[in-house]
Design a protein around this ligand. Structure first.
Ligand SMILES: [Zn+2]
Length: 202
């Protein structure tokens, strides 16, 4: 992905994840999931963030994994949960902040922490502490500022809704005054009927 923002946390993220590897898999070698299991894990991770999940493809022949909003390529070595979730986080980040944040920046680390915590049943605070010990900065919230174009769109939508609601209020007032007028004319009619009755029958 062509990124505008400098990605200077990248190596520290890799080191932090290596440490996590040791903690999660201990001495055992990590599992090698099938492509469809990888896809399942990517779907499950992305769904929690309400974003479309990318297609997982066989990345054999590639040196490393790669990820775009549309697809994730996984060489065999990368078909274990930490790497898969890492790549899914790139995709999630793209959907929520476009190119506004560094690929392995503080928002990315926040997303990893949230997803690793829930997937491996870890303690969030401890994961944050280890991330910090590797010099990583972590976004406070996983809900970043929206890209400008999205804010503009939301504003336009809000404006439209405001116009709609003031139109509705206007029509409601018109209806109210019409109802009142009709009630008054019914009242006038009744009054006339009463007068005629009094006149005729006393
Ligand atoms: Zn990465």
């Amino acid at each position: 992905m062509g990124r505008r923002v400098k990605d200077d946390q990248k190596l520290h993220v890799y080191e932090w994840e290596e440490d996590l590897h040791d903690e999660v898999y201990e001495d055992a070698s990590p599992p090698c999931l099938t492509i469809s299991d990888c896809q399942w894990l990517v779907d499950r991770t992305c769904i929690q963030w309400g974003v479309l999940s990318p297609r997982v493809e066989d990345g054999r022949g590639r040196k490393t994994a790669c990820s775009t909003p549309e697809k994730i390529c996984l060489p065999r070595l990368y078909r274990e949960p930490i790497s898969i979730i890492h790549e899914a986080c790139h995709s999630i980040q793209f959907h929520i902040s476009g190119d506004d944040d560094a690929a392995h920046g503080s928002l990315f680390v926040r997303l990893c922490i949230e997803n690793y915590t829930s997937h491996f049943n870890l303690v969030r605070r401890e994961l944050e502490e280890t991330a910090r010990s590797f010099g990583l900065s972590i976004a406070r919230s996983s809900c970043p500022r929206l890209p400008d174009r999205q804010i503009l769109r939301l504003r336009r939508m809000t404006d439209k809704l405001l116009v709609h609601s003031s139109n509705i209020a206007h029509h409601r007032n018109l209806l109210k005054s019409e109802i009142k007028q009709r009630q008054e004319s019914v009242e006038r009619f009744r009054e006339t009927v009463r007068e005629i009755q009094v006149e005729r029958y006393g």
